[in-house]
Write a protein that binds this ligand. Structure first.
Ligand code: SAM
Length: 253
């Protein structure tokens, strides 16, 4: 992560949270009068990441499952390609490991469909944003039950997948949404994805994650890809569910 980044607080009541986060993430507290490219800001509405690299266009990312696109997708969940790809049938939601949690949108859709989801996120700052969003969702009457189906584990998913392989333990489905290659156009212009690109580790070895996933899944592994991209490895999927910009490759076990 090359950007300068610090933790700030909206007011004195948010200072203890900011202190705690700065310590946990190994980041400095923001100093008055200093410019930072990114600010992790503790405020009344929760934790947000403020991108201040472009003066004219301040952009903010926070995880909010009760409002906006997440709420819309929650209401539309049955139509989601992801739900079909994972193979969710009425009354039989599979247990899912989401090995690439990010900002949790896909995990939330799966949990909305009834799945118990173990979500992994290896970048501490992204994990902090997701944890904050989940905590607020657990307090909101509309999202409480859904958020309670999600367990966030802030570490490299390969550690758990490889342990499962050693102990012969399985989950129903493993879902992977590795970072797409960087492009100027398409969905990647979305602010969340641009920021994820800055924060996420460069080499996450998604092919190795995929191989570990194949060993840990009982029913299927699902991989999200840009629609025109090659498959993650040479192994051909059993089938794909294709949309306008993305595709889900499904590997039946
Ligand atoms: C494209 S984003 C996922 C977006 C997510 N599906 C969503 O709905 O918000 C990929 C994320 O996976 C994380 N990641 C990649 N490899 C990982 C691994 N081995 N273990 C845990 N997290 C990983 C990255 O840090 C990044 O945040």
């Amino acid at each position: 992560m090359s950007s300068s980044i610090a933790v700030s607080a909206q007011g004195p009541e948010h200072a203890p949270q900011a202190e705690q986060l700065a310590k946990k993430l190994g980041l400095p507290r923001a100093q008055p009068g200093r410019h930072y490219e990114l600010l992790l800001h503790c405020c009344d509405t929760g934790l947000e990441l403020v991108d201040k690299r472009e003066k004219k266009q301040k952009r903010t990312v926070r995880v909010d499952f009760a409002k906006g696109q997440a709420a819309h997708r929650r209401r539309q969940q049955k139509k989601e390609m992801l739900v079909r790809a994972v193979g969710i049938t009425e009354g039989m939601p599979p247990a899912v490991i989401d090995a690439t949690g990010g900002l949790g949108r896909d995990s939330f859709i799966l949990a909305t469909s009834g799945c118990r989801v173990q979500t992994f996120e290896q970048v501490p700052l992204i994990g902090a944003l997701l944890e904050d969003g989940l905590q607020r969702a657990r307090l909101h009457p509309e999202t409480k039950k859904i958020a309670e189906r999600i367990t966030l584990i802030q570490e490299d998913a390969r550690i758990t997948l490889q342990r499962m392989q050693r102990t012969g333990q399985k989950t129903d489905v493993v879902y992977l949404d590795p970072m797409f290659p960087k492009r100027q156009k398409s969905a990647l212009v979305k602010k969340e994805l641009q920021l994820l690109h800055i924060l996420a580790k460069k080499d996450t070895q998604p092919d190795r994650l995929f191989l570990a996933a194949l060993q840990a899944a009982r029913l299927r592994v699902v991989v999200k890809r840009p629609v025109k991209s090659s498959t993650l490895t040479e192994l051909p999927p059993s089938h794909s569910i294709t949309g306008k910009t993305i595709r889900f490759d499904v590997y039946m076990i």
